[in-house]
Design a protein around this ligand. Structure first.
Ligand code: NAP
Length: 267
């Protein structure tokens, strides 16, 4: 789908992208810069953000600012909100997140708590702050990166799937609440995507039936859905699988999801 020539007018001049140091967030930042939107890049890995900011300034002539923050830390989140108060942000991409795979009781408590803090708490508070700012501007957009994991309970990844279901419903609710005020909200629900994420959780790409999507295609699908849809699932095979999941009894869909996790991780 060709992107709208007025993208910058609708959602610029600045966007805030969380999780911009790699994967889908990095691809979102590149795609925004190509659409002439300046970017504030948030993640923990300072050097990567700084390198990306230099590249985007050089290649696209936009402004780019690196903001190092651990979004699991409530004080760091407040600092991000303070640092960006004066920036004319028209678009929030709440993309930072991570998952895990393995038996629930074997997961470290701290890791589960951090996952909820990053995937749900930080996402909610960022949306709360930026929705207020966008309402004051009278236009803008918010994208929340959810997942196809959001559509069913998932054995061996139960907490991650639950955080992504939270993200999906948050975006869907805000879509309908904020649309009358000129704010476009979309839930981006990628399936397996070729980033550091799957490798970190023990996924063997060779065992993923339809392969992993390119993060650039995922990023474009998300940005192009703004103002058009409440939920976007990139890739025909992912759309089909979500459609099938919704048609199946919930228990069957959940068991199939667990079987898929075992297959791709060898659990
Ligand atoms: N890849 C997939 O198959 C897939 C499928 C569905 C949904 N998703 C979702 O897509 C989003 C992006 O993931 P990805 O696949 O692109 O993986 P990724 O390459 O690992 O990117 C995750 C990003 O989140 C940032 N992040 C993680 N914890 C953070 C924290 N505590 N504070 C600040 N930033 C943090 C990471 O930066 P630092 O490490 O530098 O902090 C990184 O920039 C996630 O929400 C994920 O759930 C991915």
């Amino acid at each position: 789908m060709p992107h709208r020539p007025d993208f910058r007018e609708l959602y610029g001049p600045w966007a805030l992208v969380t999780g911009a140091s790699s994967g889908i967030g990095e691809a979102l930042a590149r795609e925004l810069a190509a659409r002439r939107v300046s970017v504030a890049l948030v993640a923990r890995r300072e050097a990567r953000l700084a390198r990306l900011a230099v590249e985007l300034r050089r290649d696209h002539g936009v402004e780019a600012r690196a903001i190092t923050a651990d979004l699991a830390d409530p004080r760091a989140l407040e600092a991000v909100l303070d640092d960006t108060r004066e920036l004319p942000v028209g678009l929030l991409l709440a993309n930072a997140g991570f998952g895990d795979k393995g038996p629930f009781v074997a997961r470290p408590r701290d890791e589960l708590a951090r996952m909820i803090d990053v995937n749900c708490r930080a996402t909610t508070l960022l949306c709360h702050a930026f929705a207020g700012r966008l309402l004051a501007r009278g236009r803008g957009g918010i994208m929340i990166t959810s997942s196809t994991a959001a559509f069913q309970g998932t054995p061996l990844s139960a907490v991650y799937a639950a955080t992504k279901a939270f993200d999906l419903l948050l975006a869907e609710g805000l879509h309908h609440e904020l649309a009358p005020h000129g704010i476009d909200v979309v839930a981006l629900c990628p399936g397996g995507t070729d980033t550091e994420g799957p490798a970190r959780t023990g996924v063997d790409p060779a065992k993923v039936p339809m392969g992993l999507m390119n993060p650039r295609d995922v990023a474009r699908a998300g940005l192009d859905a703004l103002g058009r849809e409440a939920i976007v699932v990139p890739g025909a095979h992912n759309k089909l699988s979500v459609f099938a999941t919704r048609a199946l009894p919930r228990g069957v869909a959940s068991q199939l999801a667990g079987r898929m996790i075992r297959r791709v991780t060898g659990e």
